[in-house]
Ligand binder design. Structure first.
Ligand SMILES: Cc1cc2nc3c(=O)[nH]c(=O)nc-3n(C[C@H](O)[C@H](O)[C@H](O)COP(=O)(O)OP(=O)(O)OC[C@H]3O[C@@H](n4cnc5c(N)ncnc54)[C@H](O)[C@@H]3O)c2cc1C
Length: 393
């Protein structure tokens, strides 16, 4: 007999594990299906913002997180060098961390499992299973097996097969970034700073994006770059070659390996990063979208882990609440939650995403940020806003 679940979660990254953990807390029967076998890598800058740290703490992982490499500030090169501390916000730590995704995602998946979720690894979802009215009632695996649930959470990442199979349209579709990273040793001291490099030029154009150097501890660094797809020539950029050029702009005394060597050890990997709600509304009858499959990444900045956790926790809670209140045909409660959390900010972010695509505007923006008086006024306003009321969770 086919086993039925209250909730089927496709994808066991941060958003899927958070959703499964949240739903399993209520005693619901939850299964997480992931095509990978953990520990598995995921291309990422490996940076946890203070907000991401706060969600992990609230999920009961404070001790584990405290063992990750700690970062206390952001250093921006615009090209002049200046520092930002993490703002003191109510209910949130004043620092971030870095951790490899291999470690973080394995920890989160195990956490969901220990809350009671069934975890099936090496289990690739081919698409949704629909009833005669077109409502999602489960998923079909690549093996042909079907897994049924009262609700499905599509946490299957940037290339979501569930979203593609449903031909999901959204007025905000198409906002995304391409990002590439590699991890390497560097001949420099460990640091407690996330370093951001704003000057990224392609064929003389200022790109809408940035490079980063994030310390992982133990002499290891995650170095990468990303740019949004509003720049008209973004498809002409060879991301690997571009990363090689970025590495050559960093101090020679760090003795960074050349890109050819990094390619050989397979640590160079690029990935898409959807942002600004590429699936909106974030649900269809029977299914809710979270994390990258929702396009939960913050427009322009690309911070995605905290958004994956927040949307996952909200989807887990809203799915169970909707099932208890009458059924899986209406997850408006989830759309309302996401809209209240980020609706206004993402609307602004989508404009910003478009504007930055014009190299002259991107260049003018960087010149402004590089101006100390403008920057001080901007930071003062941002820090003031950060003291305001926070989202729930
Ligand atoms: C290069 C790069 C750097 C980044 N740096 C940062 C950073 O420093 N900080 C930050 O906050 N964000 C960063 N991000 C964004 C962040 O990585 C993502 O937003 C985040 O991983 C989204 O989590 P998720 O759970 O939605 O998806 P994912 O982490 O992609 O997890 C999706 C899961 O679904 C599984 N899956 C996929 N297809 C199937 C299928 N068919 N069947 C079953 N399972 C499937 C995958 O195996 C995976 O485990 C970066 C992104 C990129 C590309």
């Amino acid at each position: 007999m086919t086993e039925r679940f209250d909730l089927v979660v496709a994808g066991g990254g941060p958003s899927g594990s958070a959703a499964a953990w949240q739903a399993a807390q209520t005693g619901a029967k939850v299964v997480v299906l992931d095509k990978a076998v953990f520990p598995r890598d995921k291309p990422c800058g490996d940076g946890l913002t203070a907000r991401a740290v706060s969600y992990l703490q609230k999920m009961g992982l404070a001790h584990e997180v405290s063992q990750f490499h700690r970062v206390n500030k952001v250093t921006v090169f615009s090209p002049s060098q200046w520092e930002l501390s993490f703002p003191k916000r109510p209910g949130m730590p004043d620092h971030g961390h870095t951790v490899s995704r291999t470690e973080l995602d394995t920890l989160l998946l195990k956490h969901a499992e220990s809350a009671g979720a069934v975890v099936r690894q090496g289990c690739e979802v081919a698409g949704p299973e629909l009833d005669e009215r077109g409502r999602v009632i489960g998923v079909v695996l690549k093996s042909g097996e079907k897994v049924f649930g009262d609700a499905v959470i599509a946490a299957d990442g940037a290339y979501s097969p569930i979203k593609r199979a449903l031909k999901l349209d959204s007025e905000y579709n198409g906002y995304s970034a391409i990002a590439i990273r590699s991890e390497m040793d560097a001949n420099r001291p460990d640091s407690d700073s996330l370093d951001i490099y704003l000057k990224l030029a392609f064929q003389g154009d200022q790109l809408p994006g940035y490079g980063w150097v994030f310390p992982m501890g133990g002499g290891r660094f995650n170095i990468g770059l990303g740019y949004v797809n509003s720049y008209k020539n973004w498809q002409s950029i060879n991301a690997t070659q571009f990363l090689g050029e970025f590495l050559r702009t960093l101090p020679a005394e760090w003795e960074l390996p050349p890109i050819e060597e990094l390619k050989k050890n397979k640590s160079v990997r690029a990935w898409r990063l959807p942002m600004g709600f590429t699936a909106w509304p974030p649900w269809r009858p029977g299914v809710l979208f979270t994390g990258d499959s929702l396009g939960a990444g913050k427009p322009a900045s690309g911070a995605g882990i905290s958004k994956a956790l927040e949307s996952g926790l909200a989807a887990g809670e809203c799915a169970i609440a909707a099932l208890e209140n009458g059924g899986p045909d209406d997850f408006t409660n989830y759309a309302q939650r996401m809209e209240a959390a980020w609706g206004r900010e993402y609307k602004r972010g989508r404009y910003f995403h478009k504007l930055l695509g014009y190299p002259q505007l991107a260049n003018a923006g960087i010149k402004l940020i590089d101006n100390a008086r403008f920057r001080d006024a901007m930071l003062k306003a941002l820090y003031k806003k950060a003291q305001g009321p926070q989202h729930r969770y």
